[in-house]
Design a protein. Structure first.
Length: 115
């Protein structure tokens, strides 16, 4: 059974940082492209970043370039999203997704940026 479990969300002040984690199981993690998405209240879910199986391919949406860093540890079957210089508009539920083969989503982790 494929499982994706996100963690690391929370409430932070503007300018703060968080490190989100997504622990995967039930499939060969090292060959799967993984992605982070986010969904703010009243808005569609949007792609934030993606990383290839060996980390050879990395994509960021323009609004997060220079502030977000996606990485992975294949030995731990975990993908990370380091978020720096958080802004109120980054407030959303953050989801990880297996982007290779059949799509699977995690349950999401809430990030709230507020002073």
């Amino acid at each position: 059974e494929v499982q994706l479990v996100e963690s690391g969300g929370g409430m932070v002040q503007p300018g703060g940082s968080l490190r989100l984690s997504c622990a995967a199981s039930g499939f060969t993690f090292s060959v799967a492209m993984m992605s982070w998405y986010r969904q703010a209240p009243g808005r569609e879910r949007e792609l934030v970043a993606s990383i290839g199986g060996a980390g050879e391919y990395i994509y960021y949406t323009n609004s997060v370039k220079g502030r977000f860093t996606i990485s992975r540890d294949n030995a731990k079957s975990t993908v990370y999203l380091q978020i720096n210089n958080l802004r109120p508009e980054d407030t959303a539920v953050y989801y990880c997704k297996r982007a290779t083969g059949k799509t699977y989503w995690g349950q999401g982790t809430q990030v709230t940026v507020s002073s």
